[in-house]
Design a protein around this ligand. Sequence first.
Ligand SMILES: [Fe+2]
Length: 284
Amino acid sequence: MAVEPVVYGASERPPRGDYERAHADYTCPQNWASYTDADHDTYRRLYARQTALLPGLACDAFIEALPSLGVRDRIPRFEEINERLKPATGWEIVAVPGLIPERPFFDLLANRRFPVTDWIRTPEEFDYIVEPDVFHDLFGHVPLLFNPVFADYVQRYGAGGLKAHDLGAGELLSRLYWYTIEFGLIRQPDGLRAYGAGILSSSSELKHSVTSQHPQRVKLDLLRCMRTRYKIDDFQATYFVIDSFKQLFDMTAPDFAPLYAAVRSLGELAADESSASDSLITLG
Ligand SMILES: [Fe+2]
């Protein structure tokens, strides 16, 4: 880590995944001036394509909150979003050079600071990118941080993550993040909808997750969820479904230590495995 973060100018481009430019807590300046016109255009086109896909597939809370991101025709300055986000829920977004280790990630969330990758994919990666970029992080994650109940859940998750890390259970807890914050589905009165950022920022998995007959959809149960491995290179074979963000918040109030012990004694499940105790959600 550099003692002082490096700030890049308009003619300089920070290399992707350059952690030398970050503070000790992995945050860094957004380096907004280094974005090119092509970068802003990539964001604008991603935003337009994804927004058109949302009706009937994204949850109401997400659609309502999306305008809070502000500008849609260029990459927003993070401080512009924070001017609205901080008063709304006490959260702020902070720039990071890419994925960060478990402990500092949990620590940021526990302190209501959401790490947002500051670089954007290349035009060649328009349809699919392996790592999260600024579009995934901003478009997928940040709107629901304006929702007070969901925002509280993410903070509670971070606090739980710090405990899990100390117990050597970070990987188990990461499955809850994956199956809720990244790939969660919610039942609304008018049907199943997506609230997970990995789905909401994907042009192909959004419709698949909500309408395909192929994946199994299981009512969220913490033990079941933490036993379940996940896929990072394909659509999810299993989605976990909630009825409300309040349900998420309430179910993560208890101490998870007994859960981790139960996961270890029962063993893991494959991403596409079913369990006799599953409460399945079928499409109407
Ligand atoms: Fe994400």
